[in-house]
Ligand binder design. Structure first.
Ligand SMILES: Cc1cc2nc3c(=O)[nH]c(=O)nc-3n(C[C@H](O)[C@H](O)[C@H](O)COP(=O)(O)OP(=O)(O)OC[C@H]3O[C@@H](n4cnc5c(N)ncnc54)[C@H](O)[C@@H]3O)c2cc1C
Length: 352
């Protein structure tokens, strides 16, 4: 609650998270990771989110976006140089896709990368970047050939301290306030050609695969947050007395507790199924979008009803209910809004 009030990203947690392997959950031990499975990853993200969704979001963005992009598509030399410290947790990752003018339509980005000798020169800005100021290593998508549309976008590894890589405005947020979200500005930022990930023009295709997997993390975060909200409601309604008895004894309260908890379990199974498919190396675009859509939507309802079951005490900061409600709204927006998930699901179904 203190971090939330101060909107402070608790960097002092990073060594502790690293010590538990939580900054390299799914990466192989040879790259400094903890070598856990995709389902293990979900459990880690869930358990953090049950208590503090902001910390969970930061862990998910580090593992599931920035570090994952390098883990999935970088060459061996790049992995040794950049993935190892990220997976060991001595460095923090960020991932820059979104721009002020392009969110859901990410391929409409305007940041450019122009080749100049053995460097690429990046210009533009990125919006809403988790760890945009604190990250040591950033994966940034930029247009390398405008005429090719989505196939003219490439991905680059940037390092803090590079000339022209600047931190922009820090966002003042409704929720997830202990997870840092800032603008990233690129002004004639010279990136060595050796820091291009994969081939020129593959960046957007890479991002779609990163997001397929990343959405499983947001689904797990939703499951954890929803469970935390349900547990807080169950605790409170067992303690709170009205009309001479615990309010948990009223059928209207019991129905809600049962409904939300059942939805949490359903969301968890959808999420673990998507994670299991990923673990098998199978395509899971449909399953990860369904898990993310369902889990985030039921989490919003659980958090909202959690406040309702706390009555006036749900509206004040003495109980966790109001924070869950503020934090949860990000989950139907980040890594693709609910509307975008429905588009992804429908496209997959219609293409089948
Ligand atoms: C706390 C936070 C952390 C974030 N972290 C990162 C990060 O680390 N890296 C990163 O790259 N991005 C990050 N983002 C950005 C996030 O992924 C985008 O905000 C999200 O994808 C939505 O884009 P937008 O905000 O531009 O909304 P828009 O795309 O402008 O959408 C506005 C509304 O229009 C709807 N809409 C848009 N297109 C359609 C359509 N075709 N059909 C129906 N409805 C549509 C949307 O669903 C939404 O309701 C973060 C955002 C937040 C808030």
């Amino acid at each position: 609650m203190e971090w939330d009030e101060a909107q402070r990203f608790p960097k002092e947690l990073l060594p502790k998270l690293a010590g538990l392997g939580l900054l390299g959950i799914q990466f192989l031990e040879q790259y400094g990771g903890a070598g856990m499975s995709a389902v293990d990853y979900c459990i880690c993200i869930e358990e953090l989110a049950r208590v503090d969704p902001s910390v969970s979001l930061s862990v998910a963005a580090h593992n599931g976006l920035g570090a994952a992009h390098i883990g999935m598509f970088a060459n061996e030399a790049q992995k040794q140089q950049y993935l190892v410290p990220l997976a060991q947790g001595t460095k923090l990752a960020a991932w820059g896709l979104t721009e002020p003018g392009s969110g859901s339509d990410a391929a409409a980005m305007r940041t450019t990368a122009v080749q100049d000798g053995d460097c690429w020169v990046l210009n533009g800005s990125k919006m809403f970047i988790t760890h945009g100021t604190s990250a040591d290593t950033l994966v940034i998508m930029a247009v390398t050939d405008k005429s090719k549309g989505a196939k003219g976008i490439s991905a680059f590894i940037l390092e803090r301290g590079m000339g022209g890589l600047l931190a922009g405005k820090k966002e003042d947020k409704l929720g997830m306030r202990a997870s840092e979200t800032t603008e990233v500005i690129l002004q004639n930022c010279r990136v060595p050609a050796s820091q291009l990930i994969g081939e020129v023009g593959q960046g957007f295709i890479q991002t779609l695969q990163v997001l397929d997997a990343g959405r499983i993390g947001i689904a797990a975060l939703s499951v954890g947050l929803a469970q935390g909200a349900c547990e807080a409601a169950a605790r409170y309604t067992a303690e709170r007395k009205q009309f001479g008895r615990a309010i948990a004894s009223f059928p209207a309260i019991q129905e809600r507790l049962a409904e939300h908890r059942s939805q949490v379990e359903a969301a968890r199974l959808l999420t673990y199924r998507a994670a299991w498919l990923k673990e098998q190396g199978r395509r899971m675009t449909l399953e990860s979008a369904m898990a993310k859509l369902y889990s985030s939507e039921i989490a919003v309802r659980a958090a909202e009803d959690g406040v309702q079951m706390h009555g006036g005490y749900g509206f004040v900061k003495d109980y966790p209910a109001e924070k869950f409600l503020r934090d949860v709204k990000l989950l139907t927006i980040g890594e693709g809004t609910s509307e975008v998930q429905r588009l992804v699901i429908a496209r997959q179904l219609l293409a089948a």
